[in-house]
Design a protein around this ligand. Structure first.
Ligand SMILES: Nc1ncnc2c1ncn2[C@@H]1O[C@H](COP(=O)(O)OP(=O)(O)O)[C@@H](O)[C@H]1O
Ligand SMILES: [Mg+2]
Length: 363
C-alpha cells in the first residue's frame, strides 16, 4: 500500500505554466482522479509522477520515499495510456509478460502471473491471440493486465477510455474500478469526462490552467463546488453572472427579492443553480420564503424520455434551463406558457464575481 504526496510541483514550458504549485496527497488504496479540460496539465502531472518528465520544482513521494530522482524504469509504477501502447507483433500473453521478463522473473512464475492477470481483466484464454484480433476494449484490458502484472506500488491511467465507444467506456470503467478495489492499489486516473470522474473516483482533484481548484469526493465536488469553474465544469449549471446585490445583502433578479445575510456588504454576486434543483410551476404559485421565484415563459421543451429540458426565458431576459424528471405529456406542450421557477436558497450556489470563489449562503 502506498500513499502518494505531490509537494509544490511546478512545471513550465515556453509560454505556458503547465503546473503551478500542485500540492496533493493521495491516500493509500485510494482511487484519485485528476479532472479538467484539455490542456489543464493532467498529463504533465501524471508524467511527472511516472518519471517521464521532470518538474522545475517540487517533490514526489511514494510510500514515504522521495522518488523524483529515480529514473522512470526503476519506479515501480503501472501505466495505462489512452492509445493502449501494446506491441502489435507480440501475442497478448507476451505483451503482458513483457515487464516480468525485463525483471528477469523465472519462467514458471511469469506464466502463472500472466494467466492470473489475464483472468483478472476477463481475458483468460486469450493469451495466444495477437492484438489485432481483439476489440478496442479487449486491447485496453491487455494494457490493464500488463500494468498490474508487475505488482506496481501505484497505478497511473491517462484517459484509458477515450478511444472506446460509449457502451464499452461504461463497461470498462466499471471493470477498472472493480479491479482497483480488488487489488487495493493506489491509483491516479486522468480524465476530461466529468461523469466518468464522478462514477469512478473516491476523490477528485479538479484542475484548470495548471491549478487545482478543489479536491473532494464526487459528492462534495458536485454539491458544493468551491469555485465557479468547478460549478460549470462538473455537471450542468445555469449561471447568472455578476448580479447587483441590494442593501443588506438582498438578491434581486427581475421582480424577485431574497435576503441573503451572507451577501451583506457585497456589491455583486454570481449565482448558479443546477437544472435539477429548481421546481417548474404555474405562474401564480407562491414560493417559500427561503426561495427565489423567477417568472418567465417557456421557450423550448426538449423531451428525452425519462426527462425533459425546459428552456425558460426569464422576464428580465436571462435564459434558464430546467430539468423535469419523468415528464407528463400535458407538460410537453407548453411552448410560450407563463411559468415560475422556484430556486430554493439551499440549492443556490453563490460566487464572488471577482475571484470566482464560493460564498457560503447559509451562515
Ligand atoms: N512537451 C511539451 N512542450 C511544450 N508544451 C507542452 C508540452 N507538454 C505539454 N505542454 C503544454 O502544457 C499544458 C498542459 O498540457 P497537458 O499536461 O498535456 O494537459 P492535459 O493532459 O490536461 O490535456 C498545455 O498548454 C500544453 O500545450
Ligand atoms: Mg492529457
Amino acid at each position: 500500500m502506498a500513499r502518494v504526496e505531490l509537494r509544490h510541483i511546478s512545471k513550465s514550458y515556453p509560454g505556458v505554466q503547465a503546473l503551478d504549485d500542485i500540492d496533493l496527497v493521495i491516500e493509500s488504496g485510494e482511487f484519485f482522479t485528476l479532472l479538467g479540460p484539455s490542456g489543464c496539465g493532467k498529463t504533465t502531472l501524471l508524467r511527472t509522477v511516472a518519471g517521464f518528465n521532470h518538474q522545475d520544482s517540487g517533490e514526489v513521494w511514494v510510500a514515504g520515499r522521495r522518488i523524483d530522482e529515480i529514473p522512470a524504469h526503476r519506479r515501480n509504477i503501472g501505466l495505462v495510456f489512452q492509445d493502449y501502447a501494446i506491441f502489435p507483433h507480440m501475442t497478448v500473453g507476451d505483451n503482458v509478460a513483457f515487464g516480468l521478463r525485463n525483471r528477469r522473473r523465472p519462467r514458471r512464475e511469469i506464466a502463472e502471473r500472466v494467466a492470473r492477470a489475464l483472468d483478472l481483466v476477463r481475458l483468460g484464454g486469450h493469451a495466444a491471440r495477437l492484438p489485432h484480433q481483439l476489440s478496442g476494449g479487449q486491447q485496453q484490458r491487455v494494457g490493464l493486465a500488463r500494468a498490474v502484472v508487475i505488482k506496481p506500488q501505484i497505478l497511473l491511467m491517462d484517459e484509458p477510455l477515450s478511444n472506446l465507444d460509449a457502451k464499452l467506456r461504461i463497461e470498462l470503467r466499471d471493470d477498472i474500478r472493480d479491479l482497483q478495489r480488488s487489488l487495493g492499489i493506489t491509483t491516479i486516473y486522468v480524465t476530461h469526462d466529468q461523469e466518468e470522474a464522478l462514477v469512478i473516483s473516491d476523490r477528485i482533484g479538479v484542475m484548470q490552467g495548471g491549478h487545482v481548484h478543489q479536491v473532494g469526493t464526487p459528492w462534495e465536488v458536485y454539491a458544493r463546488p468551491a469555485t465557479l469553474f468547478v460549478a460549470s465544469f462538473v455537471g450542468a449549471m445555469n449561471v447568472i453572472a455578476d448580479l447587483a446585490v441590494g442593501a443588506g445583502g438582498t438578491l434581486a433578479l427581475g421582480a424577485a427579492r431574497l435576503p441573503v445575510p451572507a451577501l451583506a456588504g457585497r456589491d455583486r454576486v454570481t449565482l448558479a443553480i443546477r437544472l435539477e434543483d429548481m421546481t417548474l410551476t404555474g405562474p401564480a404559485v407562491d414560493a417559500p420564503s427561503d426561495a427565489l421565484a423567477l417568472d418567465g415563459a417557456v421557450d423550448k421543451v426538449s423531451f428525452a424520455g425519462r426527462e425533459a429540458f425546459y428552456r425558460v426565458r426569464l422576464d428580465e431576459g436571462t435564459q434558464i434551463l430546467a430539468h423535469v424528471h419523468r415528464p407528463e405529456r400535458r407538460l410537453l406542450e407548453q411552448n410560450g406558457a407563463r411559468v415560475r421557477l422556484i430556486l430554493p436558497l439551499a440549492r443556490v450556489h453563490l460566487f464572488d464575481p471577482a475571484t470566482g470563489r464560493r460564498i457560503e449562503a447559509a451562515s
